[in-house]
Design a protein around this ligand. Sequence first.
Ligand SMILES: NC(=O)c1ccc[n+]([C@@H]2O[C@H](COP(=O)([O-])OP(=O)(O)OC[C@H]3O[C@@H](n4cnc5c(N)ncnc54)[C@H](OP(=O)(O)O)[C@@H]3O)[C@@H](O)[C@H]2O)c1
Length: 505
Amino acid sequence: MSQKNRQPWDFGKFVETLSYFEVIPLLNWVQELFQGRPQDSQNKPDGDKKVGVILVAGATGGVGKRVVKSLLEKGYRVRSLVRDIEKARAILGNDTELVVADITKIETLTPLVMANIQAVICCTAVRVQPVEGDTPDREKYNQGVKFYQPEIVGDTPENVEYQGVKNLVDVAAKYLPQADVKTIFDFTQSSVNPNKFNDLSLNNLKNIWGALDDVVMGGVSSSNMIFTDNVAIFTGNVSTDNSGGFASVRTKNFQPSINLSGYEGIELRIQGDGKRYKLFVRTDSAWDGVGYSYSFDTVDGAWINVRIPFADLIPVFRAKVVKNCPAIDQSRVCSLQLMLSKFEYDGQLNPHFSPGTFALKIESIAAYGGHNLSRFVLVSSAGVTRPGRAGINLEEEPPAVRLNDQLGGILTWKLKGEDSLRESGISYTIIRPCALTEEAGGKELILEQGDNIRGKISRDDIAELCVQALQNTQACNVTFEVKATENSANHKNWENLFAGLETNK
Ligand SMILES: NC(=O)c1ccc[n+]([C@@H]2O[C@H](COP(=O)([O-])OP(=O)(O)OC[C@H]3O[C@@H](n4cnc5c(N)ncnc54)[C@H](OP(=O)(O)O)[C@@H]3O)[C@@H](O)[C@H]2O)c1
């Protein structure tokens, strides 16, 4: 376009845009906008971790320390809930975050302990030791091999196995991401549903979404987000004058950022005008960092749901695809942006673009597909339903069943702890091991329901089972017993193992 055809550029709108997003316009920054600059690696999100934080309670215990190790090896972010930090560091090393809390004291389960958790694995237990005391050759970890007369020391089973577990369940329910769908913006309610992760409310919707048009590059396009009673409308006029060609609306940075770990992607409920739009997701609070983008087509006048898998997002820096950029870090989504642009990526043209007025109606923006990773895994015990059960031959039963009364009702309270989880509405996996041993893992496992089996299983195998249960949808909302056979099975088909389990039992 020749200079005399250029439209007057609206400097006032430029300043307004920058101040809305609290950006201080430095001259070199503006120059960089026009000229481009090399990618600043420090601005890249470090999103190489799989999911949000996994909280392990009882992390210093026999099973707990193995769970921590296995999670770390698989690349999870692990937070260990411990009572004694020095002891924990010696057992667990430096790769896990440590938080001090006591599950029997609900006031210690603070936001510091619970923030951004994706799942909980609870391996806590009251202390059971031989009546004669704990000696290296008779200590509790050998109980599964040779039985010594046990007794409870320290806190009671009622406190730890029931009240403590219930405390953790109650608090986790407030922090674990909701199953399946997490609403980010629900415009049909004329309000924002922040799902407890921040304080957005109807009154400040206009303070969240602001226009970000090509005025920042000298263009004259103009758009905004309009809020009616039951819909938001991204609308305006996009012009290619002055070498421009995009209009967009962007949220200010969410504070705190939103943890969408474990979800498959973002779903938009929209009605468009047949044009192709883009969604940008940002994990970097910097104004001008990498955005993860996805182009989607609309159908003129029709309400449709558009699912945008996180895995399909393209890392983009100023309309150029960023090579070798890590996958998006879903645990810290800090802003969203909707755009209508003349361009796709790397200078390619948007095939469904025409300048002029446009309107994209939006009913909701949500994360979808989050059912499988938000989970509370509880290590309980085989035998919890056996004390007092008709037809039980105590002689044949494991010591904890026989000695339930002498051990402060340990199994009875464990069952009550389980109940609190089943009734909580959280996605759960309750694992009831037979006698635990210190033997090497990697054995073939037998999973059953109904609480009838007897046997033994290595703590290594229980730890691995906890971690696999987290990753497997078939292990969602199930309670089962488990023991090992003598056969080795290092490469288990976990899906098949969980497949036969009945849910909500
Ligand atoms: N032993 C068996 O044969 C057998 C059989 C079936 C099921 N189970 C169950 O399997 C699970 C794991 O057993 P395990 O042998 O690994 O247990 P463990 O070694 O005794 O570990 C128990 C863990 O719970 C922690 N803990 C206890 N009270 C706590 C509290 N109030 N707040 C926070 N943490 C607390 C302990 O922390 P500290 O280090 O601070 O003490 C320790 O880390 C337990 O639920 C157990 O009942 C055991």
